[in-house]
Design a protein around this ligand. Structure first.
Ligand code: URA
Length: 431
């Protein structure tokens, strides 16, 4: 707690009324509220009323900047200035089959810019980067700050667990929002993400704001608004920040599930992999390099094997064996096409929930995940399919999960007669 913090300075009820009635909160009240909540002086029920008031009334740009800074001030702030390389990071708002961090971090490192990826575990239908990396035998998510710095200097890329010390207010507030129907408030999402990313100490940041059925933001307008507010927060904190709006109406790539996605990422690093995963990896790498002031060509680093070398070094530095066989699930079952035609829909949310039910994700944060579970896709929207052809293969160690996974997919797969105009993957760029 700050030495001059005065628990009696304001009344939480007055602040809630101010926001409920659509007025702005002065800076000192915002700072007090965040600190008092983090220290347990403002009660959970008061903060949930405030979160709901913000969901309806919003925060203006200045309020949001103060709110975010107050959240950063509740924890530690990392500093990578001592590194010999510039740093650049990426944050995705989360999607199905979004394994992009895995090939992206070593790719950017191979181009000479350091990537400090402090990541989380998955909750719900989107997978977590740490869950994916933990499918690699021996790989450890937890690093000390010294280990992280050394690895960034020597290898150039780190994917590790974000310690509890960053933006402490966020941990408490996010858990509260999760159970009070207030996760969707755009200013609260923006401050939650940006407080952690700014506290992490990266010099540049590229945001991948997903839009579509499998994303937090279902509409383009909401995704644009979230991107605009996060970019403004980054700039206000002197972090060069750019956002890409990318499609999440269908899963990225051909896999959703932990070990399955690691395999696909390694294919990309080996010069293959699905076209959409390659396209987005390269688009984000270009943005990360440019934001860090580098004009290196990531396509070259992918083609000449240097990105693969950086991946192997990154995995080994954290105890993992990049050559080890990755786990497979014990059981598989195919979902087949019911008729001839063109696959017109493969819904991201349906596939994400199916993978989750098969064991790739968790319902509560203490639940274990199955490394081998998930969904392999054999066709994507726009592909011509024939009756009886496998569209998906479901993977699990717990075959009783197949029925619930199929239920999740019902309505998420459509086959029509018309050819389908493919939507662009990168929809917009906000800087
Ligand atoms: N991810 C976060 O870290 N915070 C949010 O509020 C939403 C997504």
């Amino acid at each position: 707690m700050a030495a001059d913090f005065n628990a009696q300075a304001f009344s939480a009820v007055e602040l809630i009324r101010t926001k409920r009635d659509g007025h702005r909160l002065p800076d000192e009240q915002v700072r007090w509220l965040i600190e008092a909540y983090t220290e347990g002086i403002v009660a959970d029920e008061q903060m949930s009323a405030m979160a709901m008031a913000i969901l309806f009334q919003g925060l203006d740009d200045a309020e949001l900047a103060t709110w975010t800074q107050a959240m950063i001030d509740t924890g530690v702030r990392l500093d990578f200035q001592a590194l010999s390389r510039a740093t650049s990071d990426k944050h995705s708002t989360g999607g199905v089959g979004d394994k992009i961090t895995l090939p992206l971090a070593p790719l950017v490192a191979a181009c000479g810019v350091a990537v400090p990826q402090l990541s989380g575990r998955g909750l719900g239908h989107t997978g977590g980067t740490l869950d994916k990396m933990e499918a690699i035998p021996g790989w450890q998510a937890t690093l000390s700050n010294d280990q992280m710095m050394r690895q960034l200097e020597e290898v150039g890329a780190v994917i590790c667990a974000a310690g509890d010390g960053l933006a402490r207010a966020d941990k408490k507030l996010y858990a509260l929002r999760d159970v009070t129907g207030t996760v969707e408030a755009i200013p609260l999402i923006a401050s939650s993400i940006m407080s952690k990313k700014i506290a992490e100490g990266t010099g540049a940041l590229v945001l991948d704001v997903k839009v579509g059925s499998g994303a937090f933001m279902k509409t383009l307008d909401d995704a644009r608004e979230l991107a605009r507010r996060m970019v403004a927060l980054g700039k206000a904190a002197d972090v060069t920040t750019v956002a890409l709006l990318t499609d999440m109406s269908t899963p990225l790539g051909l896999t959703a599930g932990n070990a399955l996605e690691v395999r696909e990422s390694v294919e990309v690093l080996a010069g293959g992999g699905p076209a959409d995963v390659v396209e987005l990896t390269l688009a984000l790498a270009r943005e990360m390099l440019q934001a860090a002031g580098s004009d290196a060509d990531p396509e070259k680093a992918l083609a000449d094997g240097s990105a693969m070398d950086a991946w192997k070094q990154m995995v080994r530095a954290q105890g993992g064996d990049p050559e080890a066989e990755l786990p497979w699930a014990k059981e598989t079952e195919d979902v087949v096409a019911e008729r001839d035609g063109v696959l017109t829909q493969l819904d991201a949310m349906a596939v994400g929930v199916a993978a989750w039910r098969l064991g790739a994700g968790r319902a509560r944060k203490e639940d274990p995940v199955q490394a081998g579970a998930g969904v392999v896709m054999h066709a994507k929207p726009g592909d011509r399919v024939t009756k009886g052809q496998p569209l998906l293969t479901l993977h699990t160690d717990t075959p009783e999960a197949f029925a619930r996974a199929r239920e999740a997919l019902a309505g998420g797969i459509e086959i029509g007669d018309e050819t389908l105009e493919r939507q662009p993957l990168v929809i917009d760029r906000i800087s």
